[in-house]
Design a binder for this molecule. Structure first.
Ligand SMILES: [Zn+2]
Length: 308
């Protein structure tokens, strides 16, 4: 991305000054995490968590040989994590889920590691899509990257500015934005889940990351289809449609064909990436939306076609 050199020089400066002033939490010299920002003051506890997450993403880099640079923001307490489609991953230091009675459950470090790998999967895929779909979404990705850069500066300086809201609103009005959010999120969620499942050698790892005791049934039905160890049905997916679950027939297939070593892991993710690009090209070439069955069958067809 054209903005990357600017970001790196800015971050080198801000990271050094933050380290000198207050951060007891230095970054290692290599790895995909280029900057670490704490929303709350860095403490021994959240620094240890951040180091765990930074190390985990470095292991992802070494396994998959892909390393788009990201900024990791350790937030305070929240019910979710996110990737901003620029270069910022936000992870709360306390990821908290609620039950129907108002009780809460705090995710453990293993769950947070899974979540950060999932978010990093989105970052890897965005880098691939910025090339594969440059014509359709190049401007959108550049705009999102610009917003990310401003948001990062704001986080560093602990200020908020109208620029991020204004630029986001402007982007949200574009045709590319509507097309992106109509077509691509289900593929991105599948890829991000698959990266975590394959990295951790555990088809159930996404389910385990989001599951908690006393999870309400109306929430559990949206995480169960993300369990690659289960055989999902089209009927089940129709009952609870969501971009996180739409392609779960492919999740079941991957769960039954787990790779055995790093080379196979890289190969599987490559096949998935290529198959998704072909399926998305098909979707973009027509105004009609495929049914859930069609979307899963087509993606599997392209996946099997990619030189196993
Ligand atoms: Zn996601």
């Amino acid at each position: 991305m054209t903005l990357r050199p600017f970001i790196l020089s800015l971050l080198t400066f801000t990271t050094l000054s933050a380290t000198a002033q207050e951060s007891p939490c230095p970054l290692p010299s290599e790895g995909p995490v280029q900057n670490l920002i704490f929303v709350a003051k860095p403490t021994e506890e959240n620094c240890r968590l951040a180091q765990d997450l930074v190390d985990t993403l470095d292991q992802v880099r070494r396994t998959f040989l892909m390393a788009p640079p990201v900024t990791l923001v350790i937030g305070e307490q929240a019910g979710n994590a996110s990737f901003d489609n620029g270069h910022i991953i936000r992870i709360p230091q306390h990821l908290v889920f609620s039950d129907a009675q108002g009780g809460t459950y705090q995710a453990n470090t293993e769950q947070l590691k899974t979540v950060v790998v999932h978010e990093y999967g989105h970052a890897i895929l965005k880098e691939i899509w910025a090339q594969d779909f440059n014509e359709e979404f190049g401007e959108l990705f550049t705009g999102l990257e610009e917003i990310s850069t401003i948001a990062e500066t704001n986080l560093e300086l602990k200020i908020s500015s109208r620029a991020v809201r204004q630029m986001s609103a402007q982007l949200a009005n574009s045709d590319a934005y509507s097309l992106y959010f109509k077509t691509l999120p289900a593929y991105s969620e599948l890829y991000a889940d698959a990266l975590a499942v394959i990295f951790f050698d555990d088809p159930a790892v996404m389910y385990k990351a989001l599951y908690y005791p006393q999870i309400p049934a109306n929430k559990e039905v949206y995480i169960e289809p993300r369990n690659f160890a289960h055989e999902h049905s089209a009927e089940q997916l129709h009952a609870h449609p969501d971009e996180h679950t739409k392609l779960s027939l492919v999740r079941s297939f991957i769960g039954k064909n787990m790779p055995a070593n790093p080379e196979q892991k890289r190969h599987l993710m490559k096949r998935l990436e290529r198959a998704m690009t072909l399926a998305i090209r098909d979707e973009l070439s027509t105004t009609s939306t495929p049914s859930l069955e069609e979307a899963n069958t087509r993606l599997l067809h392209y996946f099997l076609e990619q030189n196993p």
